[in-house]
Design a protein around this ligand. Sequence first.
Ligand SMILES: NC(=O)c1ccc[n+]([C@@H]2O[C@H](COP(=O)([O-])OP(=O)(O)OC[C@H]3O[C@@H](n4cnc5c(N)ncnc54)[C@H](O)[C@@H]3O)[C@@H](O)[C@H]2O)c1
Ligand SMILES: [Zn+2]
Length: 367
Amino acid sequence: MRIVNVPLGERRYEIAIGPGLLNGLGKECTRLKLGSRCAVITDTNVGPKYAKGVKSILERSGFHPVLISVRAGETSKSIRSVGDCYDQLAAHRLERKSFIIALGGGVVGDLAGFVAATYLRGIDFIQVPTTLLAQVDSSVGGKTGVNLKAGKNLVGAFYQPRLVLCDLDTLSTLPEREFRAGLAEVIKYGIIYDAAFFRRLELGMGKLLRRDRSALADVVARCCEVKAEVVGQDETEGGLRAILNFGHTLGHALEAISGYGKYLHGEAISIGQIFAARLSAGLLGLPEEEVTRIQMLFKAAGLPTEVKLSASQKQRLLAAMQLDKKVSAGEIKFVLARKIGKVEFGQKVPKALLQKTLMLQPSNLNQ
Ligand SMILES: NC(=O)c1ccc[n+]([C@@H]2O[C@H](COP(=O)([O-])OP(=O)(O)OC[C@H]3O[C@@H](n4cnc5c(N)ncnc54)[C@H](O)[C@@H]3O)[C@@H](O)[C@H]2O)c1
Ligand SMILES: [Zn+2]
């Protein structure tokens, strides 16, 4: 088992990474001196596979868990689901000392984290992420929240878990497309922070795609280390934390204009990161051969590297980028790379360059 520390003073916590860790969940809850009542929030895909086991592991350590299941999918990240969870917590008389376990992907983690942040003004919670994306990204760092009709993640709180438990065995049941989508965030850490890690990914992508245990352990641990370091320096995104949004400005816009659900988040940010790499070549002198390496690595991971868009879709994409949450005072700021492993945030990009780079995407005039 590997342990990564998230250095946040009084709110510091550990990320445990390894196979078979679910079996130790009860002991961990005891070690953290959590109250006896708890709720395991999960979804309709993950619940049938893992919730029963988690419940009995907790019971064996003397806890009294209740199960709360939401429908699998992004639509469960809603105010309505939050309300349903509160009602069930209250019905089962969870109190200040009780705690919540988020058992699932990023949807469950964001929802359950927000419920924990707000129920009785905040109760303890533990992240048990079961997707690659959640293990390397969403379960770490304390961003919790839900969507509104007006947009994604518009309501939320910074609220740190007491522990993150990444059981690598849970990834064995993850659908192939979801696994590859998680790799888009993995590759991102190489680009924004660690050139040697990027190189290791280039050499070891085959093993990773076969979900080789030790390759997975290395990769999840390194990604968590990078995220922990960044969040440790800038918990509430005053500055540095913005580098985690590399490729996300275009990625989010693409998700929005194509109707949420067409592209998985990881697929959209794969295209978005290649776009950001092209902008970086134009503005920060990212060498062309590094743009190519970036593109090749996403391709090797089985991720999309371009989209076919009509001229009008490109216009809508530009407009959607302007609506991104990260826009301030009407200006789109990008995270751009100087070289693989080194990025700068808050980069203004002239609209003309944005348009020109977008035009490099293939057109499909029939659309
Ligand atoms: N809080 C953050 O910092 C942060 C960061 C990145 C993304 N996010 C959020 O994360 C969400 C996306 O997370 P996600 O990609 O994990 O999606 P998800 O939670 O919807 O999971 C993807 C799918 O896989 C299923 N699944 C999960 N684990 C499984 C397993 N072990 N075996 C079989 N099926 C399994 C789920 O039921 C779902 O159908 C988005 O809402 C995004 O906004 C949050
Ligand atoms: Zn992301």
